[in-house]
Design a protein around this ligand. Structure first.
Ligand SMILES: Nc1ncnc2c1ncn2[C@@H]1O[C@H](COP(=O)(O)OP(=O)(O)OP(=O)(O)O)[C@@H](O)[C@H]1O
Ligand SMILES: [Mg+2]
Length: 340
C-alpha cells in the first residue's frame, strides 16, 4: 500500500516523546553478547567490558539511617569512534542490560525535548531516570553548548548516569561549526564529565566495499511490489517536505511505513537541505526500514565542500548507511524470499 508521506506532519507532545525514547527496531535486540569485537582492535573488547561492568555494578546512592539516600555523582562514558564501528550497538546493549529507569534517545531528540519543555521542566522530567543513553552527541552551536552544559550540570550530580556516542573527540566538539574557542570552558566542563572510550576499527557495515549503487526505475517498481506499506516520492519532493517537519518528528512521520523508495536522487546544493536529508536517512536506518533509490551515484549526492567540511562525518556516516541499505535492497531483488 502506498502511503502519502508528503501529507504527514505529525505533532508530538512532550509526554509522547518521553514514552517513545527507547532503542529503535535496528537496536531492539542487540546485546553485549552479540557484539563481536574485532581482535585487531582491542579498544572494542575494552569498551564492551567496561560498559558491561558498569551496567552490572552501577554506583548506587548511599543508604542512610532514617534519611533519604545520598545521591552519588552520576558516571559518564563517551564512546568515541569513526562511523560503523558499533558505538550505537554498544550503547543500546548497555541500555538493555541496565536494570533501572532508563531512557535512550538521540542528542537531537534531547535538544528538541529541552526546547519544548524549557530547561527547568526538562530537568524535572529526566531527573527520575537513572541512566540516559544519548546517541550521536555533538555541539553545533553556542546555544546547544550552553543548554547541554546546564542540563548535564544539573542532572549528573544528582546521580543520573550518562552514556553517549559521538564521531568527535570531546576536546574537538564544536570545532569548525562555531567559534568553539569562546566556549572552551563550557566544552571542557562537558568533556570532564565523561570517561572517553575510544573505539577503533573499520566500518562494520561496508566491510571494504565501495559506495552503494542506485537502482533503475524498473528495479524500483519490483521493490515496490515486494514492500508492504511504502512511500515513493522524488528526492526533491522529499527534501522540500523535510524543511517543514522538525527532525525530531521524522520517526513519528515514518510510523507504520515499511519501505522508503526515492526517485531521482540529485546533488543537494543547500547545506540545510542536505543535513535534513542526512537526519532523515538516520531515522530510516535506525527504524530498520527498507530503502531504495534511483538517480545520481552516491558520490555525487553531496558537494565535496560539504563532504570534507565541518559536517564531513555526518555525510560520511549517511553514505555508509545508504550503502548498507541499498546493498540489502539489491539482495532482496536477487533473492526476495531470503532477505527481509
Ligand atoms: N562488533 C560488532 N559485532 C556485531 N555487530 C556489529 C559490530 N559492530 C557493528 N555492528 C553492527 O553493525 C551496524 C553498525 O553499527 P553501529 O550502528 O552500532 O555503528 P556506529 O559506530 O554507531 O556508527 P555511526 O557512527 O554510523 O552511528 C549495526 O547493525 C551493528 O549492530
Ligand atoms: Mg551510531
Amino acid at each position: 500500500m502506498r502511503i502519502d508521506l508528503l501529507s504527514r506532519n505529525p505533532q508530538v507532545t512532550p509526554e509522547q516523546m518521553l514514552e517513545g525514547f527507547q532503542p529503535t527496531a535496528r537496536f531492539g535486540k542487540v546485546s553485549f553478547e552479540n557484539y563481536l569485537p574485532n581482535a585487531d582492535f582491542p579498544s572494542q573488547a575494552l569498551a564492551r567490558d567496561t560498559l558491561r561492568e558498569f551496567t552490572q555494578n552501577p554506583p548506587q546512592p548511599v543508604k542512610r539511617l532514617f534519611r533519604k539516600p545520598r545521591p552519588v555523582e552520576g558516571v559518564g562514558y563517551y564512546l568515541d569512534g569513526g562511523f560503523g564501528v558499533g558505538k550505537t550497538h554498544l550503547l543500546a546493549a548497555a541500555w538493555h542490560a541496565f536494570q533501572g529507569k532508563k531512557v535512550f534517545l538521540s542528542y537531537q531528540e534531547l535538544l528538541y525535548t529541552i526546547g519544548m519543555l524549557g530547561m527547568h521542566k526538562a530537568i524535572a522530567a529526566f531527573h527520575g531516570y537513572e541512566l540516559l543513553c544519548i546517541d550521536e552527541f555533538e555541539l553545533d552551536d553556542p546555544g546547544n553548548t550552553h543548554m547541554t552544559s546546564t542540563f548535564l550540570g544539573q542532572l549528573m550530580p544528582m546521580g543520573t548516569h550518562v552514556i553517549t556516542t559521538s564521531n568527535t573527540q570531546p576536546e574537538h566538539l564544536g570545532q569548525g561549526r562555531f567559534n568553539a574557542e569562546d566556549f572552551k570552558r563550557q566544552i571542557q566542563a562537558i568533556a570532564e564529565r565523561f570517561t572517553v572510550l575510544s573505539i577503533d576499527g573499520p566500518d562494520y557495515r561496508q566491510r571494504g566495499a565501495g559506495l552503494g549503487k542506485p537502482f533503475k526505475k524498473s528495479e524500483l517498481a519490483l521493490l515496490e511490489k515486494q514492500a508492504g506499506s511504502f512511500v515513493r516520492v522524488t528526492a526533491s519532493e522529499l527534501n522540500l517536505h523535510l524543511t517543514r517537519v522538525h527532525p525530531a518528528r521524522f520517526s513519528r512521520m515514518l510510523d507504520g511505513i515499511d519501505a522508503v523508495i526515492l526517485d531521482d536522487l540529485v546533488c543537494m546544493t543547500d547545506q540545510n537541505i542536505a543535513l535534513r536529508f542526512v537526519h532523515f536517512i538516520d531515522k530510516v536506518y535506525d527504524l530498520n526500514l527498507k530503502f531504495a533509490a534511483s538517480g545520481e551515484a552516491l558520490d555525487q549526492l553531496f558537494p565535496s565542500t560539504y563532504r570534507y567540511g565541518a559536517y564531513a562525518k555526518k555525510y560520511s556516516r549517511c553514505l555508509s548507511r545508504l550503502t548498507e541499505m541499498l546493498a540489502l535492497s539489491a539482495r532482496r531483488l536477487e533473492q526476495p524470499e531470503t532477505v527481509r
